[in-house]
Design a protein around this ligand. Sequence first.
Ligand SMILES: N[C@@H](CCC(=O)N[C@@H](CS)C(=O)NCC(=O)O)C(=O)O
Length: 212
Amino acid sequence: MFKLYWEYMAGSIVAQAMLEEMGAEYQLFHVDMEAGEHRQEEYLMLNPLGRVPALGLPDGKTIGETAAIVVCLGEYFPQSMLVPQPGEKDRARFLFLLNVMATSGYLTIARWNHPERYALEPDAIRQVEAKSATELDAFFKTMDRQISSQPYMLEQGFSALDIYLTMLTEWPDDRKALFQACPSIKRMVEAVNERPAYQKAMQTHHLPEMAA
Ligand SMILES: N[C@@H](CCC(=O)N[C@@H](CS)C(=O)NCC(=O)O)C(=O)O
């Protein structure tokens, strides 16, 4: 049994969609970040970085970091084909693009959301926010060129990368502009949104007022 520590509209979307795709048994544990639960001792024992998501594994250990969770789940369920295994032809490209999304994608979104963590003066904070928005646009345009006509990122077809990139598109303010600038991402997101596993993850993650 896996344990997924999640928050509304947080990075736990990709982990839940993968658990659903894989038919894994899991329990959900809501971490109320507004109430600061991610900084409390109990959660820090699970993920010392105080970030969501975290995933409790069947062996009793818990890990954080979305990229690590993606790779681990792929090892638990190799038959799911969501993560190319060592020796398979798409493995190197998978690891490359997964790391690009974790660093140039997710971290840029985090910087754009929390520019005050990266500068001291109000003017500098505004500049960090503006620069992060520009970098985010460049990131999505780069990823747009990584999508084939399938419409997925890997030659093998649908993979955890498509779920991850779809999750990243949930967060920008102007999704319409993003999809206009990135037609291949738009096609991929449409395909991922049709999957019951992604729909289930979004049912959990949509803020209650969004679902109403
Ligand atoms: N590098 C982490 C980033 C996770 C992350 O930043 N999660 C956000 C929620 S989407 C969070 O926990 N933010 C709390 C904070 O930054 O204090 C990952 O890839 O999982």
